[in-house]
Design a protein around this ligand. Structure first.
Ligand SMILES: Nc1nc2c(ncn2[C@@H]2O[C@H](COP(=O)(O)OP(=O)(O)OP(=O)(O)O)[C@@H](O)[C@H]2O)c(=O)[nH]1
Ligand SMILES: [Mg+2]
Length: 447
């Protein structure tokens, strides 16, 4: 069942779209939004108290805080939502890139063994040598499982089949793997955090002397993750939490926020069963993705560069007469920009026509040939073409395409032309567009 992050994300995006689509950002609109937000978060097992605190802060900041100069109340509201949600989900983790020993601990089936290899692989891709030690002396097949996973991923492995003394395994393992920069130790789980496990983890800590102690928790336990993190932390001081199965649980948001509320740091998240399915946790990125703009900062700067490259000036976009030439430049720019949809969505605009969002190289080439077969007068005044079938046929012949292709281009041109007229009438959009092109568009996460 894959209902995360789809559900949480889809719910949040819908609620946010409604907020940005509201005529004005007043108490009503914000209240309605926070009510919806509460419903979504609670259904994702986020703690009720956290949810209420969050909505209160959002209401206060969205309504009472003065937006920065040049920022509209809508942008301000979106930014507040984004920042407060990010804060609730925790901080960004910066993994240390250097020599270190990492202890992976946690209850049965939380994902320790899988995550051990994921972490090893993570450091390998960053140019560090890493190896793993099997210190799970509890479960019979633990040795084989880690050995196979490690071998398949090209990760050095050490273990002693049947050996019960963790002290011995660690001593030998550290010698055998001494060439490695990063050594990750997989420990055994229990069904609950009992005295037995406590003793074992203390013993491991004493002999292994780990720099990092990561508690591995499965996202599907939701807000209980907070209680668990606090419990473990009291006897084995944690340096981070690794939340697994974020891909398959509808409670990931609950687990993340509960862990953050204890003050523990979410270091990594597991987003699949494969060795590469690991992400360094960054709440802003995570929330950004949930809200539908994964990499907004990159996107905005990309738009600016493209606008410069293609020489599209805001004036040109908004010039009185929309020509075939401007149309073609738009298509090209749109193709380079990619996920434009989310940006327009943020501005509270309706979805763009599909043709404008999805541009294939092939189609653009064809259009280029067609446009090259037009006379300058036609390129300047598309109305000459719309009425004249003989002109269309002449162009098709000259370009070596079907007359239908020429008509399709004209239909798309008309659609965009209509939209441009609509945009021009919309002063708010006009201002946004100008700001965006000048690079002054303020987006959440931009600061
Ligand atoms: N979908 C998904 N599955 C995961 C993830 N991490 C681990 N798993 C799966 O969860 C199951 C348990 O993982 P293990 O790594 O064996 O868990 P463990 O904590 O070592 O288990 P014990 O050693 O028995 O305590 C396996 O089927 C893994 O493939 C993840 O991020 N996403
Ligand atoms: Mg295991």
């Amino acid at each position: 069942m894959r209902n995360f992050p789809v559900d949480l994300g889809a719910g949040l995006r819908k609620a946010l779209a409604k907020l940005t689509g509201a005529a004005i950002i007043d108490e009503n609109a914000v209240r309605e939004f926070t009510k919806e937000l509460q419903r979504i978060l609670i259904s994702n097992d986020v703690n009720v108290k956290l949810v209420f605190e969050l909505s209160k802060r959002i209401e206060e900041k969205a309504l009472k805080e003065k937006p920065l100069p040049g920022v509209s109340p809508k942008e301000h509201a979106v930014r507040v939502v984004y920042e407060e949600l990010s804060k609730m989900m925790g901080e960004r983790h910066e993994p240390k890139l250097g020599k270190q020993k990492i202890l992976m601990l946690g209850l049965f089936g939380s994902g320790k063994t899988t995550s051990t290899v994921k972490v090893a692989k993570f450091y390998q891709t960053r140019g560090l040598k890493s190896g793993v030690i099997c210190c799970d002396t509890f479960r019979p097949a633990a040795y084989e499982q880690l050995q196979q996973l490690a071998e398949r991923s090209g990760v050095p492995f050490y273990g002693e089949k049947g050996e019960k003394s963790v002290e011995r395994i660690i001593r030998n393992g550290l010698v055998k793997l001494q060439e490695n920069d990063v050594i990750i130790l997989d420990s055994s789980g229990r069904s609950a955090f009992d005295l037995d496990l406590q003793r074992e983890l203390k013993l491991i800590s004493q002999h292994f002397e780990p720099n990092e102690r990561y508690l591995v928790i499965s996202a599907d336990i939701g807000q209980v993750a907070g209680k668990q993190a606090a419990e473990f932390n009291a006897s084995v001081p944690l340096t981070g939490v690794f939340i697994t199965k974020m891909d398959g649980s509808g409670k990931g948001g609950g687990a993340l926020s509960a862990v953050a509320a204890t003050g523990a740091k979410v270091a990594f998240i597991g987003v699949g069963e494969k060795t590469q399915d690991l992400e360094v946790f960054d709440s802003k990125k995570y929330v950004g993705r949930l809200l539908g703009f994964p990499d907004l900062e990159t996107l905005i700067s990309k738009m600016e560069t493209i606008a410069k490259e293609e020489n599209i000036k805001p004036e040109q976009l908004l010039e009185e007469k929309f020509t075939i030439k401007a149309f073609y430049e738009q298509l090209r720019a749109t193709k380079k920009m990619g996920p434009l949809k989310s940006v327009f969505g943020m501005l509270g605009m309706a979805d763009l026509p599909k043709e404008m969002v999805e541009q294939s190289e092939e189609k653009l080439k064809k259009y280029e040939v067609i446009i090259n077969s037009m006379t300058p007068a036609e390129r300047d005044d598309a109305s000459l073409l719309k009425k004249s079938r003989s002109r269309q046929e002449r162009i098709a012949k000259g370009a070596g395409v079907k007359v239908e292709d020429v008509r399709r281009l004209l239909t798309e041109f008309e659609k965009m032309e209509k939209m441009m007229v609509m945009f021009k009438k919309n002063r708010g959009f006009r201002k946004q567009m100008e700001k965006m092109m000048k690079g002054g568009f303020k987006m959440p996460g931009g600061g």
